[in-house]
Design a binder for this molecule. Sequence first.
Ligand code: AMP
Length: 218
Amino acid sequence: MNLILFGAPGAGKGTYASRLSSMFGIVSIATGDMFREEIKRDTPLGKKVAEYVRSGKLVPDAVVIDILAQRLKAREAEKGFILDGFPRTVEQAEALGKIAKMDAIVQIVVPEWIIVERLSNRRICSKCGTIYNLRYLKPKKEGVCDKCGGKLYHRDDDKPEVVKERLKVYEKQTQPLIEYYQWKTPIIKIENNEIDAPPEKTVDKIVEKLKRAKILKA
Ligand code: AMP
């Protein structure tokens, strides 16, 4: 099964993608994580994309498409994959259409106040990437990952000035993709209006809707 998790920054894509990928035994691919890793390792690609990521702007399509296409060619993607944060423009969606057939788009809709609240309290493990929230999804020990003991950090682009820019970019360049996919790929819409809903509740909703739409076997 090939899925796209679609939604604004802070909608919970990464949180749900990691749970769905272990549930279905397929990989989850997050272009944002790939870029952060390259930046951390200070590779040539990392140097090329750092300024875009820091300022909340989109990395140029050609660069993202290239890195994503390479990942999809890897054997681990053969069984299926979940895309988190890709595609973000019509050009990326068109390129993806030439590489793989997508079974569904899971569109997560969250009110803006929840997004702002989530991103300011989001913390990420610097070692394994697990996502926490200081108010609603707390680690057992402050600043330390429950799973691997790694140190938690606050993404620079989760700070308020950059969040504003990311939301603007999302509305202008990414949101219109829903129209692009309207008649091409089934769209499973999940509305999330509770800030403190446990992620498992949303994951159950996604699975149920995928079954009802016969994308997933009951
Ligand atoms: P994310 O972790 O998905 O919020 O992505 C963090 C940052 O990485 C974004 O603000 C962009 O600068 C860059 N990025 C990630 N995915 C893409 C993409 N598909 N197209 C362009 N830029 C991206």
